[in-house]
Design a protein around this ligand. Structure first.
Ligand SMILES: O=P(O)(O)OC[C@H]1O[C@H](O)[C@H](O)[C@@H](O)[C@@H]1O
Length: 540
């Protein structure tokens, strides 16, 4: 079996969707709701502690039927099987894509080159667990015999965004340790963090799948130098641990062999928080909570693998997004969590979604003539209501949005929770219905400003209502978006698991850095030459 290779625009369902779309331009969702009192029930999926209402979309049963046909025609079922069976679906890098194996139960089997990887996964999980317990309980000590108080995760991209987002999102569950994240090569980032730290009680977790990333190695070296101002070389073993596939480079850096947490090339960086890359998560909230996060993701994996596409949450969300991206030509999508703790969620998703599906070459190596990768952005409600919601409500662009909310608040403050959720519900209602000219007039509005107060409505949203923000529900939510990414990559017929687009800038930066060092000049365009000279002069 190999990954299907079908240009979506050549399918029957795509043609049906094109025709169907022509009849759809003037359809207002308000009328669809008026016509069918059962619409909300028809377009809602209830699963475990998730309530996913996708009825506030510009779709009818006919649209949904064609979208589901599209999933069949591009052979989505087969593609899911290919992924879960450990096939080399990341063809351009010659790798399997098995982040789902990281959260599978011990009796599962995920084979890479005929070998089940689960025993190896569990060996590392056990190492994460015992290491976490030793640090959290204060048994593992620093070079002056004190327990650790602070953890610093040094990594970037997938080695930073996932752990940073989860630690922040689950801070309600945090233990006595304080976790920091250093990612940017901007020296102000690392210096700003270490200046407040005590080297005697700080544990550094260097996370880099390749252990060649400029930012991470620079930050790790800067921290090592700072550490050695108060400690000796032999103390490094007590304070530095590393997560990587590149064991020899880790050792060369000075990390003790026992402090290396391996990962595997069948885990993509942006899908790696479930591996030892999530060590900082485990340290911050305890292993049990980390494991619950994994269990949640595993439940979503099972749902995605086995559920019919018509009630399969990631598949449905992916298909609806295709409808807007490829037919309505929507340029971006917003993710609006009604939880301040999910502040970093959209930033995290940006890497997952845009690094995976920001591709313009299909699986045959040909240039694509349809739109792929959605642009993703967002901020928590209610803050975002007071910032960019104006444009979603009354701007010229169509911005489909996912609204994510929790029925129960963590601290149980009902007054705030009712206010939060009334906003959560009111916004999607307002985006759906808008406000007509007649309604504006009826409010006694001054005639001169009537047009400015009209809301067209008809703005699509998905409501993802979850019982409570817990490690398990967050695991489900993240995995939901991971699978949405997969489905869209399959439909667009692209390779979602490489990221060659980030290489060129890195190569040129290395060249320019060399020029700074040698005080030499390579050939550049005139703009870059001017900028280089401007910087050199300023830095003199
Ligand atoms: O974990 P590392 O090997 O240090 O890589 C960190 C990041 O850098 C690269 O530029 C990739 O674009 C990311 O996908 C990756 O997560």
């Amino acid at each position: 079996m190999s990954l299907p290779n079908i240009n979506p625009t050549t399918t029957k369902s795509w043609k049906s969707l094109e025709e169907h779309f022509k009849t759809f331009k003037d359809v207002h969702m308000k009328d669809l709701f008026a016509k069918d009192s059962n619409r909300a029930n028809k377009f809602t999926i209830k699963w475990e502690d998730f309530y996913v209402d996708f009825s506030k979309n510009r779709i009818t049963e006919e649209t949904f039927k064609y979208l589901l046909q599209l999933a069949d025609e591009v052979k989505l079922k087969e593609a899911i099987k290919s992924q879960f069976s450990g096939e080399i679906i990341n063809k351009t890098e010659g790798r399997a894509v098995l982040h789902a194996a990281l959260r599978a139960p011990e009796d599962a089997s995920f084979k890479v080159d005929g070998i089940n990887v689960i025993p190896e996964v569990f060996k590392v999980k056990q190492k994460i667990e015992s290491f976490t317990n030793e640090v959290v309980n204060g048994y593992r000590k620093g070079f002056t015999g004190q327990a650790f108080t602070d953890i610093v995760n040094i990594g970037i991209g997938g080695s930073d965004l996932g752990p940073a987002m989860v630690v922040d999102s689950l801070k309600y569950y945090k233990n006595r340790l304080t976790t920091h994240f250093v990612s940017n090569v901007d020296g102000d980032h690392v210096n700003g963090i270490i200046k407040n730290l005590n080297p005697e009680t700080t544990l550094f977790v260097i996370v880099s799948k390749t252990f060649t990333t400029q930012e991470t190695l620079s930050n790790a070296n800067t921290i090592k130098e700072w550490f050695l101002k108060s400690a000796e070389e032999k103390d490094i073993a007590k304070h530095f641990v590393a997560v990587s596939t590149n064991i020899s480079k880790v050792k060369a850096f000075g990390v003790d062999e026992n402090n290396v947490f391996p990962m595997w090339d069948w885990v993509g960086g942006r899908f790696s928080l479930w591996s030892a890359v999530g060590l900082s998560i485990s340290l911050a909230i305890g292993y049990k909570n980390f494991d619950a996060l994994l269990k949640g993701a595993n439940k979503m994996d099972e749902h995605f693998k086995s559920e019919d596409f018509s009630s399969n949450i990631p598949a449905v969300l992916a298909l609806i997004s295709i409808w807007y991206n490829n037919f309505f030509k929507a340029e971006s999508e917003a993710v609006i969590p009604y939880s301040q703790y999910l502040n970093q969620f959209a930033t995290y998703l940006q890497q997952g979604i845009m690094e995976s599906n920001g591709k313009s070459i299909d699986r045959n190596g040909n240039t694509i003539d349809y739109q792929t990768g959605t642009i993703i952005w967002g901020e928590p409600g209610t803050n975002s209501q007071h910032a960019f919601f104006q444009l979603i409500h009354q701007g010229t662009k169509l911005i489909p949005a996912d609204f994510i909310g929790f029925t129960t608040s963590l601290y149980g403050n009902e007054d705030h929770q009712d206010k939060l959720i009334s906003n959560f519900l009111a916004q999607t209602e307002a985006l759906l219905n808008g406000k007509t000219k007649e309604e504006v007039i009826a409010e006694g509005t001054d005639e001169k400003i009537i047009p400015f107060k009209v809301f067209e409505g008809n703005k699509p949203t998905n409501t993802i209502f979850i019982n409570k923000l817990t490690p398990e529900s967050l695991g489900k939510l993240i995995a939901m978006y991971e699978h949405k990414i997969f489905v869209q990559g399959i439909i667009w017929n692209i390779f979602s698991y490489d990221q060659f687009g980030v290489e060129l800038g890195k190569q040129l930066a290395t060249k320019i850095l060399q020029e700074f060092k040698n005080n030499s000049n390579n050939e550049h365009d005139s703009s870059t030459v001017n900028l280089l000279n401007y910087y050199k002069k300023a830095a003199e």
